[in-house]
Design a protein around this ligand. Structure first.
Ligand code: GLN
Length: 210
C-alpha cells in the first residue's frame, strides 16, 4: 500500500482533530502543525474552523504568519473551512483591525455574515465545477453543509472558481465554496459530517501538486 500524502492541520485553535480524522479516512496522513518546522514536513495544509481572530493572534505570537504566507506563495495546496476560509481570503469585511491573514484567495469574505439572523444551520449544497479527475466526488447529490457563525463570499476575482452556492427561498444565492489554483475554501464545516467529498477533493489537489 502506498502512503497517502502527508497533510498538515494548522493546530493553533479550532477543530483540528475532526479534520485529521476526515483526512485519514480518505487516505492521507494527517500531521498537527504548530511550528514553522512542521510546515516543511507536509505536502498540503488544512486551516480548520474555529475563531479567526484567535487563530490570527496565536499565529502572530508564535511567529507562524510569515512562514504560512511563504508556504502558500511557494505553492503549497491549502484548504480552509470557515475560520480557515477567512484566513485564506485576500479581503475580509468585519475583521478586527489588528487581524492578520495568510491570504492568497482573490475573494472578499464577510465574517459572521449569517450570524445576525441565526448562529448555525444546515443546508444542502451541490458541488459545482469539480474537475473531471475528481468528478466522482461531486456525483452523489448535494452534501449537507453545516454553517456555524460562518462567513460568506461577497465577491470573487476573475481567477476564482465557485464550487458551491447556498440557495435559499426569497434570498439571493450566496457563494460558500471556492477554489483558485491550489487554494480551496468552504464557509461550512465538512469535517463535522460523515461526508468526505470535500476532503477527497483536497487530497486529490495535493496529490496532483506533489
Ligand atoms: N466566526 C468565526 C470567525 O470569524 C468563524 C466560525 C467558524 O469557524 N465556525 O473566525
Amino acid at each position: 500500500m502506498t502512503a497517502g500524502p502527508r497533510i498538515g492541520v494548522l493546530a493553533l485553535q479550532g477543530d483540528v482533530r475532526e479534520h485529521a480524522h476526515a483526512l485519514e479516512s480518505v487516505g492521507a496522513e494527517p500531521l498537527a502543525v504548530g511550528s514553522a518546522a512542521d510546515l516543511t514536513r507536509i505536502h498540503g495544509l488544512v486551516i480548520p474552523g474555529g475563531e479567526s481572530t484567535t487563530m490570527s493572534k496565536i499565529a502572530v505570537r508564535d511567529g507562524l504568519i510569515g512562514p504560512l504566507r511563504e508556504a502558500r506563495a511557494a505553492g503549497m495546496p491549502m484548504y480552509g473551512s470557515c475560520a480557515g476560509m477567512i484566513m485564506l481570503a485576500d479581503r475580509v469585511l468585519d475583521a478586527r483591525p489588528d487581524q492578520e491573514f495568510v491570504g492568497g484567495l482573490d475573494i472578499t469574505v464577510r465574517r459572521n455574515a449569517f450570524g445576525r439572523q441565526v448562529d448555525s444551520f444546515e443546508a444542502p449544497i451541490r458541488l459545482e465545477g469539480i474537475p473531471t479527475e475528481q468528478a466522482d466526488a461531486a456525483d452523489h447529490g448535494p452534501l449537507t453543509a453545516v454553517f456555524i457563525r460562518a462567513p460568506w463570499v461577497e465577491d470573487v476575482g476573475p481567477g476564482v472558481e465557485v464550487l458551491g452556492r447556498l440557495r435559499q427561498e426569497g434570498a439571493p444565492d450566496t457563494i460558500v465554496a471556492v477554489r483558485q489554483g491550489r487554494l480551496m475554501a468552504t464557509a461550512f464545516h465538512p469535517e463535522l459530517t460523515g461526508d468526505r467529498r470535500v476532503h477527497a477533493i483536497f487530497v486529490g489537489m495535493v496529490r496532483q501538486a506533489s
